[in-house]
Write a protein that binds this ligand. Structure first.
Ligand SMILES: [Zn+2]
Length: 240
Protein backbone atom coordinates (compact mmCIF):
# COMPACT_ATOMS: atom_id res chain seq x y z
CA UNK A 1 0.00 0.00 0.00
CA UNK A 2 0.87 3.65 -0.25
CA UNK A 3 0.18 5.42 3.04
CA UNK A 4 0.02 9.20 3.45
CA UNK A 5 -0.16 11.01 6.81
CA UNK A 6 -1.28 14.64 6.48
CA UNK A 7 -0.99 16.96 9.48
CA UNK A 8 -1.37 20.70 9.82
CA UNK A 9 2.03 21.45 11.38
CA UNK A 10 5.49 19.90 11.27
CA UNK A 11 5.41 17.52 14.33
CA UNK A 12 1.67 16.62 14.31
CA UNK A 13 2.20 13.46 12.28
CA UNK A 14 5.12 12.37 14.45
CA UNK A 15 3.21 12.86 17.69
CA UNK A 16 0.06 10.94 16.84
CA UNK A 17 0.74 8.35 14.16
CA UNK A 18 4.48 7.85 13.69
CA UNK A 19 4.49 4.49 15.45
CA UNK A 20 1.93 3.26 12.94
CA UNK A 21 3.87 4.81 10.05
CA UNK A 22 7.05 3.12 11.27
CA UNK A 23 5.20 -0.19 11.36
CA UNK A 24 3.86 0.34 7.83
CA UNK A 25 7.33 1.25 6.55
CA UNK A 26 8.95 -1.77 8.21
CA UNK A 27 6.35 -4.01 6.56
CA UNK A 28 7.41 -2.67 3.16
CA UNK A 29 4.65 -0.16 2.50
CA UNK A 30 5.47 3.18 0.85
CA UNK A 31 4.99 6.01 3.36
CA UNK A 32 4.61 9.75 2.84
CA UNK A 33 4.22 12.48 5.44
CA UNK A 34 2.87 15.96 4.70
CA UNK A 35 1.80 19.19 6.35
CA UNK A 36 -0.58 21.87 5.11
CA UNK A 37 1.35 24.64 6.91
CA UNK A 38 5.05 25.31 7.40
CA UNK A 39 4.92 26.01 11.14
CA UNK A 40 6.24 29.53 10.70
CA UNK A 41 4.96 30.93 14.02
CA UNK A 42 6.76 28.26 16.06
CA UNK A 43 9.47 30.44 17.56
CA UNK A 44 9.56 33.44 19.90
CA UNK A 45 12.89 34.65 18.53
CA UNK A 46 13.54 33.52 14.95
CA UNK A 47 12.10 35.24 11.85
CA UNK A 48 9.12 33.43 10.32
CA UNK A 49 11.02 32.35 7.22
CA UNK A 50 13.83 30.93 9.32
CA UNK A 51 11.64 28.91 11.69
CA UNK A 52 9.63 27.61 8.71
CA UNK A 53 12.84 26.44 7.06
CA UNK A 54 14.01 24.76 10.29
CA UNK A 55 10.70 23.04 10.94
CA UNK A 56 10.35 21.70 7.42
CA UNK A 57 13.88 20.31 7.68
CA UNK A 58 12.98 18.70 11.03
CA UNK A 59 9.91 17.11 9.42
CA UNK A 60 12.01 15.91 6.48
CA UNK A 61 14.53 14.34 8.89
CA UNK A 62 11.73 12.73 10.93
CA UNK A 63 10.28 11.18 7.76
CA UNK A 64 13.75 10.00 6.73
CA UNK A 65 14.02 7.95 9.95
CA UNK A 66 11.56 5.47 8.40
CA UNK A 67 12.49 6.11 4.75
CA UNK A 68 9.41 8.27 4.14
CA UNK A 69 9.15 11.33 1.92
CA UNK A 70 7.95 14.65 3.43
CA UNK A 71 5.85 17.17 1.49
CA UNK A 72 4.64 20.63 2.57
CA UNK A 73 1.92 22.87 1.12
CA UNK A 74 3.65 25.83 2.81
CA UNK A 75 0.60 27.74 4.07
CA UNK A 76 1.23 30.10 6.98
CA UNK A 77 0.84 28.52 10.41
CA UNK A 78 -2.59 29.32 11.97
CA UNK A 79 -3.64 30.91 8.66
CA UNK A 80 -4.79 27.89 6.71
CA UNK A 81 -8.15 28.68 5.09
CA UNK A 82 -10.56 26.84 2.86
CA UNK A 83 -9.93 28.34 -0.57
CA UNK A 84 -10.11 27.02 -4.11
CA UNK A 85 -6.31 27.24 -4.30
CA UNK A 86 -5.86 25.23 -1.09
CA UNK A 87 -8.29 22.56 -2.29
CA UNK A 88 -6.45 22.17 -5.59
CA UNK A 89 -3.06 22.13 -3.85
CA UNK A 90 -4.21 19.40 -1.47
CA UNK A 91 -5.69 17.30 -4.29
CA UNK A 92 -2.43 17.66 -6.20
CA UNK A 93 -0.37 16.57 -3.17
CA UNK A 94 -2.56 13.53 -2.54
CA UNK A 95 -2.43 12.55 -6.22
CA UNK A 96 1.38 12.67 -6.08
CA UNK A 97 1.36 10.10 -3.27
CA UNK A 98 -1.31 7.80 -4.81
CA UNK A 99 -2.38 6.68 -1.33
CA UNK A 100 -4.48 3.64 -0.52
CA UNK A 101 -4.87 5.04 3.00
CA UNK A 102 -4.64 8.56 4.41
CA UNK A 103 -4.15 9.30 8.11
CA UNK A 104 -5.06 12.76 9.36
CA UNK A 105 -6.36 14.83 12.27
CA UNK A 106 -9.70 14.07 13.91
CA UNK A 107 -12.38 16.61 12.85
CA UNK A 108 -12.71 17.97 16.41
CA UNK A 109 -9.44 19.28 17.86
CA UNK A 110 -8.06 22.32 19.66
CA UNK A 111 -6.65 24.12 16.65
CA UNK A 112 -8.27 25.50 13.47
CA UNK A 113 -5.43 24.30 11.21
CA UNK A 114 -5.93 20.77 12.56
CA UNK A 115 -9.70 20.85 12.10
CA UNK A 116 -9.59 22.37 8.62
CA UNK A 117 -6.87 19.99 7.46
CA UNK A 118 -9.05 17.12 8.65
CA UNK A 119 -12.16 18.50 6.93
CA UNK A 120 -10.40 19.26 3.67
CA UNK A 121 -8.67 15.88 3.52
CA UNK A 122 -12.03 14.18 3.95
CA UNK A 123 -13.68 16.55 1.45
CA UNK A 124 -11.14 15.99 -1.29
CA UNK A 125 -10.82 12.21 -0.87
CA UNK A 126 -13.70 11.62 -3.29
CA UNK A 127 -12.25 14.12 -5.81
CA UNK A 128 -8.91 12.34 -6.20
CA UNK A 129 -9.99 10.14 -9.18
CA UNK A 130 -12.07 12.82 -10.99
CA UNK A 131 -10.31 13.74 -14.25
CA UNK A 132 -12.27 16.96 -14.74
CA UNK A 133 -10.58 18.34 -11.61
CA UNK A 134 -7.25 19.16 -13.19
CA UNK A 135 -3.97 19.35 -11.26
CA UNK A 136 -0.34 18.97 -12.33
CA UNK A 137 -0.38 15.40 -10.98
CA UNK A 138 -2.82 13.10 -12.77
CA UNK A 139 -5.93 11.64 -11.09
CA UNK A 140 -5.56 8.43 -9.09
CA UNK A 141 -7.56 5.32 -9.85
CA UNK A 142 -9.39 5.13 -6.54
CA UNK A 143 -10.66 7.03 -3.53
CA UNK A 144 -8.30 6.49 -0.58
CA UNK A 145 -9.51 5.15 2.75
CA UNK A 146 -9.23 7.59 5.63
CA UNK A 147 -8.36 7.13 9.30
CA UNK A 148 -8.31 9.84 11.97
CA UNK A 149 -5.67 9.96 14.69
CA UNK A 150 -6.26 11.42 18.15
CA UNK A 151 -6.91 15.08 18.83
CA UNK A 152 -4.20 16.76 20.90
CA UNK A 153 -4.16 15.30 24.43
CA UNK A 154 -6.83 12.81 23.26
CA UNK A 155 -9.71 14.88 24.56
CA UNK A 156 -13.15 13.35 23.81
CA UNK A 157 -11.70 10.61 21.62
CA UNK A 158 -12.44 6.91 21.92
CA UNK A 159 -10.48 4.88 19.37
CA UNK A 160 -12.28 2.16 17.44
CA UNK A 161 -8.99 0.84 16.01
CA UNK A 162 -5.71 0.23 17.83
CA UNK A 163 -2.24 -0.33 16.40
CA UNK A 164 0.31 -2.09 18.62
CA UNK A 165 3.41 0.08 18.29
CA UNK A 166 5.42 -1.49 21.12
CA UNK A 167 8.22 -2.55 18.76
CA UNK A 168 8.17 0.87 17.04
CA UNK A 169 8.12 3.13 20.09
CA UNK A 170 11.84 3.88 19.77
CA UNK A 171 11.34 4.97 16.16
CA UNK A 172 8.39 7.14 17.25
CA UNK A 173 10.56 8.76 19.93
CA UNK A 174 13.33 9.31 17.40
CA UNK A 175 10.92 10.91 14.92
CA UNK A 176 9.37 13.19 17.58
CA UNK A 177 12.80 14.20 18.84
CA UNK A 178 13.76 15.51 15.41
CA UNK A 179 11.49 18.47 16.24
CA UNK A 180 13.92 20.04 18.70
CA UNK A 181 12.94 23.59 17.70
CA UNK A 182 9.55 22.99 19.33
CA UNK A 183 10.60 21.66 22.73
CA UNK A 184 11.46 25.00 24.37
CA UNK A 185 8.86 26.91 22.36
CA UNK A 186 6.04 24.65 23.54
CA UNK A 187 7.33 24.67 27.13
CA UNK A 188 7.36 28.49 27.11
CA UNK A 189 4.17 29.02 25.16
CA UNK A 190 1.98 26.60 27.13
CA UNK A 191 3.69 27.08 30.51
CA UNK A 192 0.50 28.14 32.28
CA UNK A 193 -1.46 25.18 30.89
CA UNK A 194 1.01 22.31 31.18
CA UNK A 195 2.88 23.35 34.33
CA UNK A 196 6.54 22.90 35.15
CA UNK A 197 6.41 19.12 35.61
CA UNK A 198 6.27 18.47 31.90
CA UNK A 199 9.82 19.31 30.93
CA UNK A 200 9.50 18.06 27.36
CA UNK A 201 6.22 18.41 25.57
CA UNK A 202 6.75 15.09 23.85
CA UNK A 203 6.21 13.53 27.31
CA UNK A 204 2.49 13.55 26.56
CA UNK A 205 3.09 11.26 23.61
CA UNK A 206 4.68 8.69 25.91
CA UNK A 207 1.71 8.86 28.32
CA UNK A 208 -0.92 8.60 25.59
CA UNK A 209 0.78 5.71 23.78
CA UNK A 210 1.12 3.85 27.09
CA UNK A 211 -2.53 4.56 27.97
CA UNK A 212 -3.77 3.30 24.60
CA UNK A 213 -1.56 0.25 25.03
CA UNK A 214 -3.20 -0.40 28.40
CA UNK A 215 -6.62 -0.29 26.73
CA UNK A 216 -5.79 -2.87 24.06
CA UNK A 217 -3.44 -5.20 25.93
CA UNK A 218 0.02 -4.21 24.75
CA UNK A 219 2.77 -1.92 26.01
CA UNK A 220 2.30 0.97 23.58
CA UNK A 221 -0.42 1.69 21.02
CA UNK A 222 -1.87 4.38 18.79
CA UNK A 223 -5.62 4.83 18.47
CA UNK A 224 -7.66 5.69 15.38
CA UNK A 225 -11.20 6.05 14.09
CA UNK A 226 -11.91 5.21 10.45
CA UNK A 227 -13.84 7.90 8.56
CA UNK A 228 -17.51 6.98 8.33
CA UNK A 229 -18.55 8.37 4.97
CA UNK A 230 -19.78 7.01 1.66
CA UNK A 231 -17.05 5.57 -0.58
CA UNK A 232 -14.58 5.33 2.29
CA UNK A 233 -15.87 2.15 3.91
CA UNK A 234 -14.26 -1.29 3.74
CA UNK A 235 -14.70 -4.83 5.03
CA UNK A 236 -10.93 -5.08 5.53
CA UNK A 237 -8.66 -4.07 8.38
CA UNK A 238 -6.21 -1.65 6.77
CA UNK A 239 -4.19 -0.53 9.79
CA UNK A 240 -1.14 -2.65 10.60
ZN1 LIG B 1 -0.42 21.04 15.14
Amino acid sequence: MNVLAIGAHPDDVEEYCSGTLAKFATQGHKVFTATTTNGNIGSATLPMEEIARIRKEEARQAAAVIGAEYLCLDYDDEMFFETREARIALINLVRYCKPDLILTHYPHDYNPDHELTSKMVNDIAVMIPIAKIETPNPPCEKIPLLAYWEPVLSINFNPTEYVDITDYMDLKREMCNKHQSQVQWMADNYKEQIGDKQKNYFDDIEIIARFRGLQCGCDYAEGFIMAQNAYRMTTKRVLP
